[in-house]
Write a protein that binds this ligand. Sequence first.
Ligand code: PLP
Length: 483
Amino acid sequence: MNYLSTRGAGAGERHTFSDILLGGLAKDGGLYLPAEYPRVSAEELTRWRTLPYADLAFEILSKFSDDIPAEDLRALTRKTYTAATYCNVRADESAAQITPLKTLGVENGAPLALLELSNGPTLAFKDMAMQLIGNLFEYALAKHGETLNILGATSGDTGSAAEYAMRGKKGVRVFMLSPHKKMSAFQTAQMYSLQDPNIFNIAVEGVFDDAQDIVKAVSNDHAFKAKYKIGTVNSINWARVVAQVVYYFKGYFAATKSNEERVSFTVPSGNFGNVCAGHIARMMGLPIEKLVVATNENDVLDEFFRTGIYRVRKAAETYHTSSPSMDISKASNFERFVFDLLGRDPARVLQLFRDVEEKGGFDLAASGDFARVEEFGFVSGRSSHDSRLETIRDVFERYDTMIDTHTADGLKVAREHLQPGIPMIVLETAQPIKFGETIREALLREPERPAAFSGLESLPQRFEVLPADAQRVKDFIVANTGG
Ligand SMILES: *Cc1c(COP(=O)(O)O)cnc(C)c1O
């Protein structure tokens, strides 16, 4: 399998899965995609239906990473997708399913279900891919005798998923910046209670943007970056996207009896990473009817799928909402879909994303391209704080099920796109305990706390407070890498 950049540079060069695993953007600023999508045969679809999650993950990943020996890849997926890692919410035998499907009911003739993706160690769907990344990184670094220092900034979900994926891994250290005293007590405790010597929590005296600016400043110091082997694990990482393809297959098999049936998925979306994996599953031949993109008040993507206009938001137009993991001003994986939508024409992609940088966006409505969105199955909708609260209440009363704010946005929008006879699967992206304040507002009660997390906030915490100063962060990295 060869990989190419959405912007076309280095066409004809060979990039394997391992080549792009530890990197981020392609040299030309584009994103990597496989040269073609592997198709799944009817025979494979039938055989895969009954596989355990880890073996299904192996079958799918091996189509994208033929440079990793099969026995190594199988060992990695079996080490990653275990009941022990995904039992944090359900301590019963369903944990072995890794992503159990929870049936809600039938609405407007459509069976409605939640695909549980947040049963991993940090109670958000990012664990699904990040746990595999941790094992893949360790494997790739050991193979080449290398080390990596991951530097990141987080306001919650991504940072903790990265830390829980990398804790104890050989050859990897994590330096994670977070805004001092600005995260919820639960999120803070989740990260800061880690005692692993390769995990460094840095509480920056400032807001999230200060932390992010420091990461940018350090990454732009190319000499420092090279000397201290600084890397990232952000949402454009290809391996993260491809690991997410697996649960679309798993969800399809759980919701259907035969491969003749079609299903739709609704995906609470921010950076377009999760739903991009759904698009890839569909391109591989999984019988997906609709891919429903659900946004919150930050509706960059909903606007595009309704109008053909992609308009990134300025900082002042980016709202802090009660589904904060979807508070984005632009969708960093969106370029991957645009590449396919435009018939894989890198020159046009380059021009459009230049327009994004120079003019703040582009308009595909006038050209014929936007009409093709339908062929790819995409539709969309948006939610708001009030409809979020309303949906959390309704699902609790009607189905005795407590959902988090992001999943509520998904369910709200899913209900606008139900088709009789076609199962609608809403991806559950986090547990309610992570967003307790809004749960209390909606339900006037405490969010459910999985037993594994009782007393989390009273565990001893390990973190370093630093001023919002890139030099001080560099000094800290130097002091802790034996450099
Ligand atoms: C990251 C995240 C999202 C958005 O996923 P994308 O891949 O960025 O579209 C949605 N919900 C939760 C809880 C998240 O952590």
